[in-house]
Design a protein around this ligand. Structure first.
Ligand SMILES: [Zn+2]
Length: 306
C-alpha cells in the first residue's frame, strides 16, 4: 500500500506519495500556509487531497509529517513552531489529519524525520544501522538514528546541539545564552556575517570568496567551519555512531563546505591524539540526494508500528 510523506518547512511544503517499495510515485510542492495551527492543519489536508487526486494511489496506508518545532509524537502535537505561527501551547495536529482521512497519521520534528529519511535512503545501497544527521539551516540541530530508529531521548531533545554555547563570551542568542553554535554557524549567522545582495546563497558566496583569496571571507569561513567541526566532534563523542551526515540548507553548498569542515577537523586532530584517533573526517559525508524529508516522514508510519 502507499504511504504519504509530508515535509513541512518554514516556507515550503513537499508532499510525496511513496509506493510499497518506498519509491516516489507522485509529489507536490506548495508554499507553507502559516499563522495558526488551524491554518497549518487545513493547508496540510488540502495538500494531501490535491496530491491524492493526481496519484490515484488509494487506499493509503498512512500519513507521516515532519514539521519544525517541539513535537510530541505520542500525542501528535506540535508547539513552539514560531515560523508557522504555533506558540507554546501544544496543538494536536496529527489526530485531526488522521480523523479527516480515516488513517494513521504520525508526526515528528523535521530534523528527526530527515534523519530517518537519510537512513532509509543510504540503506538502499549499503547497510547503515546507526547515524547522526546534522542539519545546518536557519537553525542547527541533529537527529540520531540507532538501529534504524529515531533515538529521541527521555525528553525529546537528543541531538539538539544548536544551543551549545561554544563561545561563552560570544554573541547573545535568542535562547538567552551567549555564543551558541547557532549564533556562529547557522544559515542565519552566515548571512549576517557575509550578507549578499542578490538571491545567491550566502554560504556559496562565502566559499567562493574564500577560494579566491578574500581574507575577510577566509576569516568568516574559518569561524563557521571550526564551530561546525566542534559540532561534529561533540556528536561523535556523545553518540559514537560511525556515520555523521551533514544536510540542511547551508549544506546545499556541498563539497566545498564539507572540505572546509574537514580542514577544521584536521586542525583539531593535529592538536590532539585523542581527536586524531576518532578519524572524524572519514566518518563525515553529505546527505544523499532525494526527497529525504518526505521519505523520512513517510517512514514514520511504519516506525510507529514497530
Ligand atoms: Zn542559543
Amino acid at each position: 500500500m502507499a504511504t504519504i510523506g509530508i515535509d513541512v518547512g518554514g516556507t515550503k511544503t513537499h508532499a510525496v506519495v511513496f509506493d510499497s517499495e518506498a519509491a516516489p510515485v507522485a509529489e507536490l510542492r506548495r508554499r507553507t500556509a502559516v499563522g495558526s495551527a488551524e491554518t497549518v492543519t487545513a493547508s496540510i489536508i488540502q495538500t494531501i487531497e490535491d496530491l491524492l487526486r493526481r496519484s490515484d494511489s488509494s487506499p493509503i496506508d498512512g500519513i507521516g509529517i515532519g514539521i519544525p518545532g517541539r513535537v510530541d509524537p505520542e500525542l501528535g502535537a506540535v508547539a513552539q513552531a514560531v515560523n508557522l505561527g504555533i506558540g507554546a501551547q501544544p496543538e494536536t495536529i496529527a489526530p485531526r489529519i488522521a480523523a479527516h482521512f480515516a488513517t494513521t497519521c504520525r508526526i515528528d520534528n523535521d530534523v528527526n524525520a530527515a534523519a530517518l529519511g537519510v537512513h532509509r535512503t543510504l540503506n538502499m545501497s549499503e547497510v547503515v544501522d546507526d547515524l547522526v544527521y546534522l542539519s545546518i539551516g536557519t537553525g542547527i540541530a541533529a537527529g540520531v538514528i540507532i538501529n534504524g530508529r529515531i533515538w529521541r531521548g527521555a525528553h525529546g531533545v537528543a541531538g539538539e546541539i544548536g544551543h551549545l554555547p561554544f563561545r561563552p563570551d560570544g554573541e547573545l542568542c535568542r535562547c538567552g545564552l551567549r555564543g551558541c553554535l547557532e549564533t556562529v554557524a547557522s544559515g542565519t549567522a552566515i548571512a549576517r556575517q557575509w550578507p549578499v545582495a542578490d538571491h545567491r546563497s550566502p554560504t556559496t558566496s562565502l566559499l567562493d570568496a574564500a577560494a579566491r583569496g578574500d581574507r575577510r571571507a577566509a576569516a568568516v569561513l574559518q569561524a563557521v567551519s571550526s564551530h561546525l567541526a566542534l559540532a561534529v566532534y561533540s556528536l561523535a563523542v556523545t553518540s559514537d555512531v560511525d556515520s555523521i551526515v551533514v544536510g540542511g540548507g547551508v549544506a546545499e553548498a556541498g563539497q566545498p563546505l564539507l572540505s572546509a569542515i574537514g580542514e577544521s577537523i584536521d586542525d583539531l586532530a593535529g592538536r590532539s591524539e585523542f581527536v586524531r584517533s576518532l578519524n572524524l573526517a572519514e566518518r563525515l559525508q553529505l546527505a544523499p540526494d532525494g526527497p529525504i524529508g518526505a521519505r523520512g516522514a513517510a517512514a514514520l508510519v511504519a516506525e510507529g508500528d514497530r
